[in-house]
Design a protein around this ligand. Structure first.
Ligand code: AQP
Length: 334
């Protein structure tokens, strides 16, 4: 039996932060021994919000280097750049023409992001979930890891696949494979350091709101020192009145590799003045090996080029076949 395939990606919209690592990349590292992982840099998605071309280019390489630094092994997983495969845009267009507009109008993430862009909101932002459907369905994955915020988009992907199969295939011979969601075990949702009710995000204008994986030790210490706390003494998990406290304890728990109970006991009587340096030390120690490997990969641009060229070739072989099948089914001559 073929190894089941998993597909996932990250938008190169900025520096990769602790949320991207704990919520996504770290899980992929565990998956790559059991699954055939296709992991990409979603640069076509990154241009649905304002961006700088030079920065986009740099960010793509930085994200690729981060994947490797975090433990993604290019011998086991396929790492590729979305925009280097025209199949993504081409399939997205085909999907555009079979997807009812009202399916897109329901998408919550569009509504949230559109508010921030006002009158400049692009057609691309609205069509984002269609491109995402193309990204996924091209690789015929068995499973797609999804966080809470992406569940609706995966549902749409499944609906598009089913609609295309219904219109242009038949039950015995579906054109597209319909993937299943992979619900990850109680995922780490990392919250902003300046507001424990908001998720940590690349696009937050405040640098102090997030921990980037490449932050040097002194910056990590500064960010932890300045992060929002509360006036209470003694730290506790799961108190809805203390979202910052819960977030920082969770981070300490995950990064130190301890059980929740042990951390709850250790920190029950601590004040912030004692806890913050402990968290900072733990962060510095946990990120050191990732940062060392990242520096190594970024210095060896020939190696990074070769990983991306190989990934492109492997991805192209799969995506090209799926696109050809869809085009044939839809009545195009290849
Ligand atoms: N704070 C977070 N906690 C846990 N997981 C997170 N992810 C993002 N933020 C957190 C996960 O990282 C993966 C890649 O996300 P993305 O770059 O495709 O888009 P995003 O979710 O919109 O990430 P950001 O950092 O908030 O980027 P911007 O600011 O550009 O929109 C996903 O698996 C996501 O769940």
């Amino acid at each position: 039996m073929a190894t089941p395939r998993v597909l996932s990606g990250i938008q190169p919209t900025g520096n990769i932060h602790l949320g991207n690592y704990l919520g996504a990349i770290r899980n992929w590292v565990d998956l790559q021994d059991k699954y055939d992982c296709f992991l990409f840099m979603a640069d076509l998605h990154a241009i649905t919000v304002p961006y700088e071309p030079k920065q986009l280019k740099d960010n793509v390489r930085k994200v690729a280097a981060t994947y490797i630094a975090c433990g993604i092994d290019p011998q086991k997983s396929t790492i590729f750049v979305q925009s280097q495969l025209s199949a993504h845009s081409e399939l997205a267009w085909l999907f555009n023409c079979i997807t009812p507009l009202n399916w897109l109008e329901r998408m919550i993430q569009f509504k949230e992001k559109a508010v921030k862009q006002g009158e400049n909101v692009s057609v691309g932002l609205q069509g984002y979930p269609i491109l995402q459907a193309a990204d996924i369905l091209l690789y015929e994955p068995d499973l797609v890891p999804v966080g809470e915020d992406q569940k609706q988009h995966l549902e749409l992907t499944r609906d598009i696949a089913a609609r295309l199969n219904f219109q242009f295939g038949n039950e015995e011979n579906p054109v597209l494979k319909v993937p299943e969601p992979m619900i990850l075990k109680a995922g780490a949702r990392v919250m902003s350091l300046t507001d424990g009710t908001k998720k940590m995000s690349k696009s937050d204008p405040s640098e102090l709101s997030r921990i980037d994986l490449t932050d040097p030790p002194e910056l990590l210490r500064k960010k932890v020192k300045k992060c929002k706390s509360d006036p209470h003494r003694g730290l506790e998990f799961d108190n809805p009145e203390r979202p910052e406290c819960n977030n920082l304890l969770n981070l300490y728990m995950i990064l130190s590799g301890q059980e929740k109970e042990a951390v709850a006991q250790e920190c029950a009587d601590m004040g912030w003045g004692q806890f913050k340096p402990l968290l900072a030390d733990t962060l510095v120690e946990a990120l050191a090996p990732i940062q060392a490997k990242y520096a190594e990969v970024m210095e060896d641009s020939a190696y990074l080029d070769s990983v991306l060229a190989e990934g492109r070739e492997k991805a192209n072989a799969v995506a090209g076949t799926t696109l050809a099948n869809v085009k044939t089914a839809m009545g195009f001559t290849l």
